[in-house]
Design a protein around this ligand. Structure first.
Ligand code: CU
Length: 99
């Protein structure tokens, strides 16, 4: 059976959309940045309940999924972020300043 280039492109697009859908599934959590540690690639956030991780409100240290995330915020910033467990570590997957 011969595969057309169009079919291949469609298959790749479907894969890309599946990946994006997973990130979009994570709820955005309200929090306040308390500390940013670029050398350890970690940040401390006082956060509201994280439903996808069965976690109540608390202040804790998160790993940053991407070092660039650490440059987007500073201590004192009110933020919305998503978190997930990556290799056993609670990790910030995305973060943005609240309006
Ligand atoms: Cu927590």
């Amino acid at each position: 059976m011969r595969r057309s280039p169009q079919a291949l492109i469609l298959a790749l697009a479907a894969l890309a959309i599946t990946g994006m859908a997973h990130a979009a599934d994570l709820p955005m959590i309200n929090g306040e940045v308390k500390k940013v540690d670029e050398s350890a690639s970690k940040m401390t956030i006082k956060h509201e309940a994280i439903t996808n991780l069965d976690m109540g409100a608390m202040t804790m240290v998160f790993k940053a999924n991407d070092p660039a995330l650490l440059k987007q915020v500073k201590p004192g910033d009110k933020v919305k972020f998503s978190a997930d467990k990556v290799n056993g570590q609670i990790t910030v997957m995305s973060i943005e300043k609240s309006q």
